[in-house]
Design a protein around this ligand. Structure first.
Ligand SMILES: [Zn+2]
Length: 396
């Protein structure tokens, strides 16, 4: 298959199939699949498995993953069950292997008001239409292009959709590692950036909880006997937010919990933080600073690390992949810039595990993670053609 010979891709370009693809995005988005709604996530997974069956894969598996740790209001770690991952595999012994990846979950819990899908012309509005259900269907159509054409002789693939991406993929790390070890190139179907571009470098992320333990006392009778956990936490927050003065490091305390009766010295306070880092050195620096601050606090502090993703750094292999992608986009005359971003996804983990990947090949759209989420239907055939042509260019 060669574009230089003027060969047009047999693709979803036929109106019927675009409509068929759109119907499938709607069908997936109408199923609530908030990360902690495993029943809904599994229904989305079952639908995807049905669609993947059409491609005649060597195997399709539903794979349970570990529950996600969450910290309750008492500062105790609990575990929330999540749905299963879905993996389909074709030609596992091929020399050039792709891993196409995306996720089944969304940020919208089952009781969130944003549940309906609506179509306005070429715009689809609904939970997950862009992030990442539109992308899952684009991936499916790319795979159909492979299986229906000569690319099938040159590539094998894994399709991996995980159930817990929106909370940091805590239970899916082993699956991602396995995928990285068995593939040559990764293609991820997270939504396009707002510009329509794809993500270049991505910052790494860390989540930490500081659980401060004080001593309770009656404010009127024995205030001097109390040790305020809230005061200690407040001082820790000021100290750690000051790390924002370091280039390449972002620290945000996004949630505080604790205290209770106003006439009692609070004996518990929990601060929950998210950090973004540009390099592995920044990552270590943040870890060291949190450990030191916790150790120096006059009150006992439990430091509980949550989900973590390493930074995705633009190494030579990744630059080569971006160059191939840009050249492919140029050939189509479409503008798909490669832009660095502070957002993170499974592309970070896969890159850190040694798999060069472009991770935002999904649908164009916007306002993701909000009740205004939308997706541009016209980008479905464009992305399918673009990604298929990229594969054609890079597969030996
Ligand atoms: Zn996503």
């Amino acid at each position: 298959m060669s574009f230089s010979s003027g060969h047009a891709l047999p693709s979803v370009v036929g109106m019927d199939s675009i409509e068929g693809a759109v119907d499938r995005v709607v069908a997936l988005a109408e199923i609530n699949s908030g990360t902690f709604n495993p029943t809904g996530v599994n229904r989305v997974g079952e639908r995807m498995a049905e669609y993947l069956e059409e491609l005649g894969p060597d195997r399709i598996e539903s794979i349970p993953v570990d529950p996600t740790p969450v910290l309750d209001d008492a500062g105790v770690e609990a575990f929330q069950p999540v749905g299963d991952a879905v993996r389909a595999v074709i030609r596992p012994d091929a020399r050039f292997r792709l891993c196409l990846f995306g996720h089944l979950d969304t940020v919208f819990p089952h009781d969130h008001p944003f549940q309906q899908v609506r179509r306005d012309g070429s715009v689809l509005r609904g939970p997950g239409v862009a992030d990442c259900k539109g992308g899952l269907i684009i991936a499916l159509e790319v795979l159909r292009q492979i299986e229906n054409g000569p690319l099938a002789e040159r590539v094998g693939w894994d399709f991996l959709a995980i159930p817990d991406e929106e909370t940091g993929s805590a239970g899916s790390k082993a699956l991602l590692g396995h995928a990285a070890a068995h593939a040559t190139i990764g293609l991820g179907f997270e939504p396009a950036l707002p510009s329509g571009g794809v993500a270049g470098a991505r910052k790494g992320t860390l989540t930490a909880h500081l659980v401060c333990h004080g001593t309770s006392a009656h404010v009127g009778r024995a205030h001097h006997e109390g040790r305020s956990a809230i005061l200690a936490l407040a001082q820790l927050i000021v100290k750690l937010e000051a790390l924002n003065s370091n280039d390449g490091v972002t620290v945000n305390c996004g949630r505080i919990r604790g205290g209770g009766a106003l006439n009692a010295v609070p004996d518990l306070a929990i601060g929950s933080f998210n950090m973004r880092v540009e390099t592995a050195e920044h990552h270590r620096f943040v870890v060291d600073q949190f450990e030191a601050a916790s150790a120096d606090c006059p009150l006992p502090v439990d430091l509980v690390w949550g989900s973590t993703r390493p930074p995705k750094v633009r190494n030579p292999e990744l630059e080569q992949l971006f160059a191939d992608f840009s050249a492919t986009a140029d050939r189509f005359g479409v503008d798909v810039p490669v832009e660095d971003t502070g957002g993170c996804c499974d592309g970070n983990d896969l890159a850190a595990a040694g798999l060069p990947n472009i991770d935002s090949l999904g649908i164009r759209g916007g306002a993701i993670h909000t009740a205004g989420e939308f997706a541009d239907i016209d980008s479905i055939p464009e992305r399918v053609e673009l990604v298929t042509a990229l594969i054609d260019r890079i597969a030996p």
